[in-house]
Design a binder for this molecule. Sequence first.
Ligand code: 5RP
Length: 216
Amino acid sequence: MTEAKRLAGEKAIEFVEDGMIVGVGTGSTVAFFIDALARIRDRIAGAVSSSEQSTARLKQHGIEVLELNDTGPLPLYVDGADECDPHKRLIKGGGAALTREKIIAEASARFVCIIDPAKRVDVLGRFPLPIEVIPMARSLVAREILAKTGGQPVWREGVVTDNGNAVLDIHHLRIVDPVGLERELNQIPGVVSVGLFARRPADVVIVGGEPPQVIA
Ligand SMILES: O=C(CO)[C@H](O)[C@H](O)COP(=O)(O)O
């Protein structure tokens, strides 16, 4: 799968145009994208990063990291995913960076999602759905989710997000209405963000392979 991730990450470079400020996601697939971006760093105006992890890699490569508050809307966001359905709706957050990823996706005109073939599913939910929660609300949110969805919340113990919060992973969901579930879970007090990218799905999906498949 590493090779498929590399092929997807490198293909995404074709969406980067001269002078762009590029939104950059998080994860092992994105790491390949960042490495490829480094080769054309003189042609871009900088990057907005979704995590401390990606910020470190961007800076190692000499790519300027800018604040979203200073850049305004972005033309392009490139990020990976844990699952992708045929409508380009996603589960994200395996790397616990979902909140900043969601913010940058929302701020971007075009969201290019880079995945290996194993991430493709017909119905979302095989991958446990990550939810970032305010630490003091962890048990409350877990109880509400169990009651509302029947899914089994599991605390990702020891993980603290870049925003200082906790992560719950919801197992055994079969997500037939991703937009509705995203809306419902977002309303539980204490939920910071839900790793469902359904209201704002990807615009383009690149599936790594020889050759990579571009689904627009
Ligand atoms: O959502 C994410 C991080 O929060 C990642 O995009 C997702 O977990 C996929 O990671 P990888 O490219 O390592 O398989």
